[in-house]
Design a protein around this ligand. Structure first.
Ligand code: HEC
Ligand code: HEC
Length: 385
């Protein structure tokens, strides 16, 4: 048999020499998918490449919140963002063995005058110390198409933005200008409030806040522990002798390759009546049909801009680049069965639309004027995108 081995070996080597850039991207994406799905473990562990979880964390894998790269499920896909001297930037509801998690999250429902429900967080089994409550509830969004969003040039956003509503159509739309390390402002495009400028930044934030993994952009191996959380700071790191980060550049690059490979689903045949109603109701003023990108026109059904959506959708966590009621127009490609909106409050498309107010008030009014059959046409159109 040995004489077969050499040709086999040779052909494997040759094959690997002629791997195209596309093949390599495919391999990176496959590795990235495995990293996205793997369950990280507490340090120290025999599986050195997978340790470093926590000490405080929300989930053990990216996929726990974004199953198959899709939208999160309740309750695990929902987190509480904060800016608190004790709890840090996010409430972590899990901790490694030997430590007590920051708190457990439960949800109560508050109904507004229109009978629409939204979730309010209740912290139980909380660590000592007061919680300063400005906060923002966030649902894990679907990730199909996020790679394409990175190819939209800022110049395209600048053309769409109308911060002072100079055309007086009631719709403004602002670029989420973020401060960068270099002092130059960069456009935010990821997250429900467009708080992150790039996939790398979003991945790094997730590694640190959701999983508790130190990485090149958030080097602390203790993730979101604060100076007041001594036990957390003292817990062991998941660093091998030559490792600088629990999740290094390579891990981040592979995760990015995976995210780049998650294309939006191919749209179904356009539901024409629903499309007409969508445009007629003014939905397309924010959920614009086409966005210019380096890959040509992409159909994300979003302008990626911030819009004032009214007090009902506002959160209470101050951020420098957006007001409490401002949110990034959610892309509608590959729309699934929800839960919808930034905190997953809407169980149905009907609820999601009825929560729209502020700049979207006239669109909501137009929607409320549709009859039952027309609404069904609109939903069919939305679900086919
Ligand atoms: C505990 C749940 C949770 C885990 C675990 C998690 N995410 Fe997320 N993810 C979220 C939430 C919530 C948001 C929305 C954040 C915001 O609005 O600021 C989000 C947003 C994102 C976005 C931006 C999508 C968009 O359309 O703007 C990307 C990309 C992403 N996550 C990737 C990852 C990766 C990669 C990992 C693993 C390293 C990960 N996430 C782990 C909950 C999670
Ligand atoms: C003024 C801009 C604007 C207009 C007009 C507008 N939307 Fe939106 N839409 C948004 C923003 C911003 C969000 C995200 C809000 C949030 O999560 O709190 C959103 C979210 C959504 C969602 C939920 C997506 C998800 O993944 O959770 C749906 C569905 C939707 N819009 C449909 C519509 C329809 C249908 C219309 C017309 C009747 C419409 N929108 C009009 C800005 C707008």
């Amino acid at each position: 048999m040995t004489h077969f081995r050499l040709p086999l070996l040779l052909s494997t080597v040759l094959c690997s020499l002629v791997l195209s850039a596309q093949d390599i991207a495919g391999l990176d994406a496959a590795t990235g998918k495995a990293i996205f799905e793997k369950l990280w473990v507490q340090a120290p562990a025999s599986t050195g490449a997978s340790d470093g979880l926590g000490p405080f964390y929300n989930s053990r894998s990216c996929a726990a919140c974004h199953p198959d790269g899709g939208r999160g499920l309740l309750p695990q896909g929902r987190v509480l963002q904060l800016d608190d001297p004790r709890y840090g930037k996010q409430l972590q509801t899990s901790a490694v063995t030997g430590l007590k998690a920051e708190a457990q999250l439960q949800w109560i429902t508050e109904s507004n005058a229109q009978g629409l429900d939204r979730p309010l967080p209740v912290l139980v089994d909380r660590d000592t110390g007061p919680l300063i409550m400005p906060s923002s509830v966030r649902m894990a969004p679907p990730l199909h198409g996020v790679g394409l969003l990175s190819t939209v040039p800022v110049s395209a956003l600048e053309i769409l933005a109308d911060p002072d509503d100079s055309d007086a159509d009631g719709i403004s739309g602002r670029i989420a200008w973020l401060e960068s390390g270099t002092g130059q402002a960069v456009a935010g495009r990821y997250g429900w409030k467009a708080s992150e400028p790039s996939l790398q930044a979003q991945i790094a934030r997730a590694l640190s806040l959701d999983l508790g993994l130190g990485n090149p952009l958030y080097p602390d191996h203790w993730g979101d522990c604060t100076a007041l959380q001594h036990d957390c700071l003292a817990a062991p790191a998941g660093l091998g002798p030559d490792e600088q980060f629990e999740a290094g550049h390579l891990v981040m690059d592979m995760l990015e390759s995976y995210l780049q490979s998650l294309l939006p689903p191919t749209p179904e045949a356009m539901q024409e009546r629903g499309y007409g109603l969508f445009r007629q109701s003014g939905c397309a003023a924010c959920h614009i049909e086409e966005l210019a990108s380096a890959m040509g026109q992409i159909k994300a059904w979003s302008d990626l801009l911030l819009h004032d959506m009214g007090p009902g959708l506002a959160d209470s966590l101050p951020v420098p680049h957006a007001l409490p009621a401002e949110w990034r127009t959610a892309p509608l490609w590959g729309l699934d069965s929800g839960p919808y909106l930034h905190d997953g409050r809407a169980r149905t498309l009907d609820e999601a639309i009825r929560w729209h107010a502020g700049e979207a008030a006239s669109a909501t009014e137009a929607y409320l004027g549709l009859n039952e059959a027309e609404r069904e046409d609109l939903f069919a159109f939305l679900l086919g995108l």
